[in-house]
Structure formats: C-alpha cells, structure tokens
Design a protein around this ligand. Structure first.
Ligand code: APR
Length: 315
C-alpha cells in the first residue's frame, strides 16, 4: 500500500530528509518537494531521484516552487519556515512561521482540498492551529508531529542507559513539544517490564530532563541549525501509518475537543492514525501530577496562541 502523491513543503534539512525517507520506503508513487527558494527543491528532488537506481525505489521524486504539481496530493508534510537558531526560543519563531504556514496552508487547501496535513514547523502546536484555521480542514486532517519525536528521543536515551535493544522500549510522551512535554513513567516499559523496575527514579528523571531539552542539545552542537534526522523520521512514520492505514497509536498533536478536559487547542495525546488521518484520540488514565503537568503544557500552548494574536493585532 502506498499513496499516489505526498508533498513535502520546505526543502530544507527536515523536508529533504523527509522526501528521502518517503521515497526510499516507497510510501508514494510521487514525492514532491516544494519550496520558495529558486532551484533548491528542483535540485534536491533530482539528486534524490538519481539515487533511485542505487537504492532501488520507484517513487518519483521531484521539486517545484509552485503547488500545481501537488494537485490532489494525499498528504502534505509541512516543514516550511525558519529553524531555531542557538539562543532563540521556539516562541521567537512565532510570527515569521505563522505567516509562512498561513500562506502554505491556503495553497494546500486550493490544490488538494481533501489532503491530510502533517505539521512539523515550530512552534508546532501553534502552527498546527494556524494550518487548521487557514486551510479550513477538519481536525481529522491536521495533525502535528511532536510526540513521536519526543518519544523517540526518550526511547533512544533509555536504550543507551540500559544497553538494550531500541525495539523493546515502549514509551508515551504527552503534552506540548519540547520543554513542556509530559513523559508518562507508568506507560514506559522495556519488553513489558515497567521502567521503574529497571532504573532508579533519579536516573529516569535525568533521562526525562535530557529528553525535554533534546532539541536544544542538538542546536547547541549544530550551532547553525536544528535537528532534522529524527524529526523527519518521526513525520514519515506518521505518514506511513496513514498511507498504509495501519491504525497505529502514536503520540501526536491533535485538536482537542474535550479530551483530557481541554478544548480548542493542539496538544500531544495518543492518537490512532489511519487512512482518514486522525481516526481516534485515546484517553489514558493520568495521575494527579501528570494531569497537572498536562495542564501546564496546555497553558503554555494557549499563551503562545495568545501571544501570536497580540503580535498580529499590533501589526
Ligand atoms: N514556502 C515554502 N517553503 C518555505 C517558505 C514558504 N513560504 N518559507 C521558507 N521556506 C523554506 C525555506 O526556503 C527552507 O528551505 O523552508 C525551508 C526550511 O528549511 P531549514 O531552514 O533547513 O529548516 P529545517 O531545519 O528543515 O526546519 C524546518 O522544522 O523541526 C522544524 O523547528 C524546525 O520549524 C523548523 C522546521
């Protein structure tokens, strides 16, 4: 099973890595990179297509500056915008990226009104809202990539700490992306064994803290950019769940309508992803601390949305 067409908007680090993974996994017959930069999506698309005879994939990869070639695409992975620089908070990106996402989402709705948007651009939870509003799409078709990445980082650190296979580690991270994420210790296990039986609480706390700061750790190393291999892998895993109608349960940013007691905001929760996009939100039991942490996370998302409104109202 694969889609007919998947477009990646933004042919930068994250976007180009997404298209490479999408084509190598043959998740669509056509993979299109779209970017405003003249020649960049065309050049990267052609370069990737020239790797097809070696890698042995038949997804046709190409690039464009316009959206016409993406008409009728099944999925858009949106990575357009500016990336976080050292010392820059996610919220600093707010205004610029909101404008980018608004214009991109309108183009998507114009050329592919039935498509599904996977939002990657930060600040994620807010950009997903901007995309939903600008596209007019229902919540089933606008999903944010955050939890899969945060969970992957957490799992990667647990695997290193215990020196066990990455395949056996299950974890669930809820809440906003990054600093306000809420890792659920009671839902973290190694081959079914609760993590709390394998690691002391202070070690778990240290891994959680490293996960929270995971994006910043990469920025500190790269200096001129932010993470892209793991973010791209996370977005592509979501696309795969959708095009193969796998009904996977993945932590994603979804527009909440009463779930977990929150309304009208995007927040990371366990989502079932299938052919219709967001098939279902799963509500899991949280203890009082976890519920409080989720509320803090929701407050952060809400205040970022308010900050954006205030900036935009002020001109
Ligand atoms: N339409 C299409 N593409 C755009 C637009 C636009 N309106 N504005 C900017 N872009 C493109 C840029 O030309 C650039 O090629 O988006 C691309 C962004 O690429 P990078 O700067 O390499 O950023 P990247 O590291 O890929 O991160 C993209 O993903 O993880 C998030 O925080 C990250 O928000 C950032 C996004």
């Amino acid at each position: 099973m694969s889609a007919k067409k998947i477009t990646v908007v933004g042919a930068g680090h994250v976007g180009a890595t997404c298209s490479q993974l999408l084509s190598q996994k043959e998740l669509a017959k056509e993979v299109i990179l779209v970017d405003i930069a003249d020649g960049i999506p065309q050049g990267k698309g052609l370069d990737q297509w020239e790797s097809a005879p070696i890698e042995g994939f038949d997804s046709r990869v190409s690039g464009a500056n316009e959206y016409e070639s993406s008409a009728g695409a099944d999925i858009f992975i949106v990575t357009a915008g500016i990336a976080r620089k050292p010392g820059m908070s996610r919220d600093d990106l707010l205004k610029t990226n909101a404008n980018v996402i608004r214009s991109v989402s309108k183009e998507i709705a114009r050329v592919a009104p039935d498509s599904i948007i996977i939002m990657v651009t930060n600040p994620l939870d807010v950009m997903a809202q901007v995309a939903m509003e600008a596209s007019g799409f229902p919540r089933e078709r606008v999903i944010g990539m955050a939890g899969v990445l945060d969970t992957a980082r957490y799992r990667s650190f647990i695997a290193l700490e215990l020196d066990v296979s990455i395949e056996d580690i299950q974890a669930l991270v809820l809440g906003g992306h990054g600093d306000t994420m809420v890792p659920l210790a009671s839902y973290t296990s190694v081959s079914g064994i609760p993590l709390t039986q394998l690691l002391e609480q202070d070690r778990i706390d240290a891994l959680v803290e490293r996960t929270r700061k995971g994006g910043g750790e990469i920025v500190a190393y790269l200096k001129t950019g932010s993470a892209y291999y793991a973010p791209a892998a996370a977005a592509v895993q979501m696309a795969e769940a959708i095009v193969k109608d796998k009904r996977r349960i993945l932590p994603c940013a979804a527009w909440l309508q009463g779930e977990y007691g929150f309304n009208d905001l995007f927040l990371g929760v366990p989502c079932m992803l299938g052919e219709n996009g967001l098939e279902r939100i799963l509500e899991v039991e949280l203890d009082a601390d976890e519920q409080a942490a989720l509320a803090t996370s929701a407050d952060h998302v809400k205040s970022t949305v308010e900050a954006l409104k205030a900036i935009e109202a002020g001109g």
